[in-house]
Write a protein that binds this ligand. Structure first.
Ligand code: CO
Length: 152
């Protein structure tokens, strides 16, 4: 009887650890881009219950960030892409092509190049809509390089 209980407790612990790992994984999103004007994913999804989300972004290409740099920028909708990108271009690479303090930018990573990785963590508290747009604000990339973040 006692052995039986210990076994059940043990199995329960293993199951709980498994669930915790799954929950953590779902609140962390992985996305990448190579030497083309495209992300490897045109859509990402996260559960609202995560509270905050971390986006891990990897450059899987060969080209330097000054030539084929990429970043991951979150805005409310596709209508924001062009004006935010124009202001980002003016802000330059030292600002990762994002205007400092731009209120339209909800989250943004650094610009990265060949083989580099970066990540950005942000709260979902103020993101009350169910759909947002992400794009790369490197000059000339915004028209092609974009996707949709859905908060479920
Ligand atoms: Co890019």
């Amino acid at each position: 009887m006692t052995k039986h209980r210990v076994l059940i407790a043990f199995l329960f612990t293993i199951a709980s650890l498994g669930l915790a790992q799954n929950a953590a994984a779902a609140c962390t999103l992985d996305i990448s881009a190579a030497d083309m004007l495209v992300f490897d994913k045109t859509s990402l999804e996260v559960e609202r219950s995560c509270g905050e989300v971390t986006v891990n972004f990897k450059h899987t290409g060969q080209l330097a960030k000054t030539v084929m740099g990429h970043n991951w920028v979150l805005v409310a909708s596709a209508d924001d892409i062009q004006p935010v990108a124009m202001d980002g271009m003016a802000a330059g690479i030292d600002n990762s092509y994002v205007k400092p303090g731009d209120p339209r930018v909800l989250a943004a990573s650094d610009v990265i190049g060949a083989g580099e990785s970066t990540s950005v963590t942000f709260s979902l508290d103020t993101l009350t809509a169910s759909e947002y747009t992400y794009f790369c604000s490197f000059p000339g990339h915004w028209a092609m390089m974009k996707g949709t973040l859905t908060i479920k």
